[in-house]
Design a protein around this ligand. Sequence first.
Ligand code: CAA
Length: 304
Amino acid sequence: MSPFPQIQQVTVIGAGTMGNGIAHVFAQNGFAVTLVDVQEKALEKALATIAKNLDRQVSKGSLNEADKTATLDRIHTTTDLAKGVSNADLVVEAATENEALKLSIFKTMDAHAPAAAILATNTSSISITKMAAATQRPEKVIGMHFMNPVPVMKLVEIINGYATTKEVTSTIVELSKTLQKIPCVVNDYPGFIANKVLMPMINEAIISLYEGIAGVSAIDSIMKLGMAHPMGPLQLADFIGLDVCLSIMQVLHQGYGNPKYAPCPLLVNMVTAGKLGVKSGEGFYTYTPGSKDLVVSKSFQEKE
Ligand code: CAA
């Protein structure tokens, strides 16, 4: 029995960084979770990541071994999307940030999930209203935007689509509290709030580097030491993925039609060159598996 009677069975679509974190948090808080991905290998990797992150909590004393085992026992996996959503009370879609892919997943979820199920998306910037319009239940479609790393970050940005009902919003608000998260409700406009505010700051940091105003370490140190940010904007861009940052800037630029959101040409070049940050091993910094050292990427060292 989950701590939230209305919602017992949760299906999470996509076993990447966000999907495995979302599955982790629901399972740890007593919900039965089905994790869906197109690739069996991605599901195996996600379970291994969840186990590793639970171990981290056990070693810090915030979780015991029995709770870790119970959490893992609550997670089942499948590569069959239709079957995976067939008994869901809530689906949280966390697939790749690709509009066509998400629209197709929403159509399939709508066709196979129970009529009463709420369909949520963890999208960081794609229109909730557009995804809702791909279904026959736009009033039950909502944004549930978790932050990375999901087990650590307290915020869930809840985004009302054009047709989302008050009942559905209030269910998701209360549900987020049972996940020990803090929900904040916003409306569906490009970038919502989190990324409408965060991404222009990151883009401005990249513009400052591009214009030669300061080097990578100086920009990040100023924001860490001066504004008490846990990571500087360039390190955070690497952590989020430079491709994701670029795609969100493009959504803001197109959505508001305002040149202030134009992505920095350096960001565009880095993504074109495959320098995507942590996931590709290099962005503004270079990353070596197993090492926590922050080493400025060779491309920017001479400007330090
Ligand atoms: N699972 C579980 N626990 C984790 C974890 C994970 N994946 N990652 C880190 N932790 C825990 C650690 O065990 C540690 O726990 P204690 O405090 O109990 O010791 C704690 O988190 C801190 O971790 P570390 O000591 O390893 O490292 P750190 O102090 O450098 O913190 C960080 C790491 C939490 C990532 C911190 O640097 C941070 O908060 N960075 C900013 C993150 C951020 O801004 N996220 C939002 C990105 S934007 C987004 O996600 C949305 C979007 O749409 C783009």
